[in-house]
Write a protein that binds this ligand. Structure first.
Ligand code: SAM
Length: 205
């Protein structure tokens, strides 16, 4: 899987090392275990998916993380992305709207012996108690950038979020410098919808 990621242009060795250490088959639904190392999104229950490895690698690389940085993930899903971030030495906070997925993800955090703060709820409002964050990653597609996530970004912080309609999104990389925000756009990603107060009203799942 890591060789495929390299071929597709992932160059950050810290990301590749973390992804080579974390067994993805623990995170997918049983019938899909034999496909766990394909570069594709796979079902995790609750009509949700674990993201394609290339997408995980690309978004993580775009966060430009350093050890010890504080990272908020919106959309815990299976817990795979959170484990990758923690394996890279980050302090991870993650929010998921489906409580069953939170419970399952916590078991993964225990399995990997990682301290990751997690909660069930609407991540489109962020997690103000622990803000500011050095980096924020949103793993579901939003109609717009939720304002609380920009507000909860530290000076010098990075936010990676897919924004678009329900079918196709652009990946936005936002950087905060003081009161200024810069934005870079990368096209052609597809995510399940971000559902919440500052997101889509209803995901049907
Ligand atoms: N990062 C996940 C992983 O490693 O398995 C993949 C997540 S999946 C592509 C997106 C997740 O975002 C889904 O589990 C979905 O339930 C969740 N989600 C959607 N809207 C949300 C919201 N407002 N707050 C928190 N989670 C949300």
């Amino acid at each position: 899987m890591v060789d495929v990621l390299r071929q597709k242009g992932i160059w950050d060795e810290k990301v590749l090392a973390a992804m080579s250490r974390v067994e993805r088959h623990f995170f997918v639904d049983m019938p899909f275990v034999n496909r766990a190392y394909e570069d594709s999104a796979l079902p995790i229950g609750q009509e949700q998916t674990i993201s394609q490895p290339y997408t995980v690698a690309f978004m993580t690389q775009a966060l430009e993380l350093k050890r010890g940085e504080k990272v908020l993930e919106v959309g815990t899903g299976s817990g795979y992305q959170a484990v990758i971030l923690a394996m890279m030495g980050c302090r991870v906070f993650t929010i998921e709207r489906h409580l069953l997925l939170v419970t399952r993800a916590r078991k993964m955090f225990e399995r990997f012996n990682l301290r990751i703060a997690s909660k069930g709820g609407d991540g489109s409002v962020g997690w103000s108690e622990f803000a500011p964050f050095d980096a924020i990653i949103v793993t579901a597609g939003a109609p717009d950038i939720p304002q609380p996530l920009k507000d909860q970004l530290a000076d010098g912080g990075r936010l990676v979020i897919p924004v678009g309609d329900r079918e196709i999104q652009k990946l936005l990389v936002i950087r905060r410098l003081g009161a200024e925000f810069t934005q870079q756009e990368i096209s052609g990603f597809k995510f399940v919808p971000l559902v919440g107060k500052n997101a889509w009203a209803n995901g049907g799942a």
